[in-house]
Design a protein. Sequence first.
Length: 246
Amino acid sequence: MDKKIRIGAVSYLNTKPLLYGLENSRLEKEIELTLDYPAAIAKGLLSGKLDIGLVPVAILPLMEEYHIVTDFCIGCNGPVASVCLFSDVPLHEAETVLLDYQSRTSVALTRILLKHYWKLNPVFEDTGGDEYIHRIGQKTAGLVIGDRALEQRQHSKFVYDLGEAWKDFTGLGFVFAAWISNRKIDPEFLRTFNELNAIGLQNIPEIIRSNPYPHFDLGQYYTANISYELDDFKRAGMNLFLEFLT
C-alpha cells in the first residue's frame, strides 16, 4: 500500500477493546493512528485529515459521503454509565445545563431527551474545557462523557444516564460512535480491520488487567454498559436519532 490509511479513534477507556487488535497487528504498517476526544476526531474526518474515524454519529448529516465500515460501535442497550447528566438537585429543578464540548452526539442526545422525554426547557451553555465540570452544583447541571463521567459519578448527588433514558424513551439501543469513512476503502483492508476490532472483545480480562482503573468496575463497563456490536437493534436507534436531527 503506497499511502497509509489515516485512522482516528477516541482516547477513552471504552475504545480499548476496539483498538486492542490493532496494536502490533498486521495492519500496523498500513495505518496512521490518531487518538483524541470525539469532537476532534469528527473534525478530522470532516476536513479530510482522516480517512476513517470512530466518530460521533451526529456528524453523519454533515458528510457529503460516508460509509459505515465495521460491524462494531460504541453503543448501549440501556445504561451506558459514561454519558450522563449530573446535578445536585432533581433535574426538573436545574435551571442551566452545561454541555460537554467533547461530543456532538451526546450534546444532541441531551437536547432531544430534555425536550421530548423529560419535557424540560433549561438554558443550555456550551463549554470549551474541562473546568466547566467544577461548575456543576446548586441549580447548574452538566453533561459529562467518557472517563470523566465515570469519575463524576462519585461526586454528584443525581446521575441521569442518557443511555438508560433513551432506552426508556424509545425502546431501542443507541449508537454514540461508529467507524465511518469519508471515501471508499479497499475491501480487503476493511475485512482485516473488522476482524481486528473483534479480537479485543474476546480479550476483555486482559484489557482490564492492562488498564487498572479505580473509579469504576471495568468488567461491568465493558460487558454490561457498553455494547460493541452494531446490530439491527442499535441501527434502528441510530436511524431514529438521526431523524430527530433533521
